[in-house]
Design a protein around this ligand. Structure first.
Ligand SMILES: [Mg+2]
Length: 185
């Protein structure tokens, strides 16, 4: 029986979206920005470039089978957490993608989850019921901490403002470390 719920963000937590939009950004701006240059997801050169980043994200999501996972072992890790460690897995996302595109991408990449919940605004993630949430955005991690909810923050170039684990926030370098924490809970 699945006794606890793992909530997982989608964009850049399960599915790599920043790398998918960068080629078009670079071609439009004549730049050579890589993922590690994206220091702030909302307030960097990309998002002050005049480009419609939401439109670029929607375009990337319109080819869901071309999107890559953040970690190629995610299908095995999530399947193990579900089957061996009794987690119900809910994908909790504010993505611009619609449900058929999300399902197509997850199916194509072999990700099995129990449910997908689309929320409006990151604050809505905090109001969900779960045992622990995984995300790539530091302000989501901070909101979870303020609400006393357990959260795992995947270290990415754009969330280095949270320098170390604190309160309810566990900072991890990648999914294998997150998996170990989740397995031992
Ligand atoms: Mg995200």
């Amino acid at each position: 029986m699945k006794t606890r719920k793992l909530s997982v963000d989608l964009d850049d937590t399960l599915v790599s979206l920043v790398p998918a939009i960068l080629p078009e950004v670079n071609s439009k701006l004549g730049t050579n920005v890589t993922e590690k240059d994206v220091r702030d997801y909302y307030d960097n050169a990309l998002f002050h470039s005049g480009l419609d980043v939401s439109a670029l994200c929607r375009k990337a999501w319109s080819r869901p089978e071309e999107l890559k996972l953040v970690d190629p072992k995610l299908p095995d890790m999530l399947s193990s957490l579900s089957n061996e460690y009794c987690y119900k897995i809910q994908i909790t996302t504010g993505t611009v993608a619609d449900l058929p595109c999300i399902r197509s991408c997850l199916d194509h990449n072999g990700i099995v989850g129990d449910s997908i919940v689309k929320v409006w605004g990151q604050q809505a993630k905090v109001k969900q019921e779960f045992s622990v949430h995984v995300d790539d955005l530091s302000h989501v991690a901070s909101m979870m901490n303020d609400a006393g909810k357990d959260v795992i923050l995947l270290r990415r170039p754009w969330n280095t403002d949270i320098v170390a684990s604190r309160g309810t926030i566990k900072v991890v370098d990648g999914w294998p470390e997150a998996y170990e924490i989740l397995r031992r809970r």
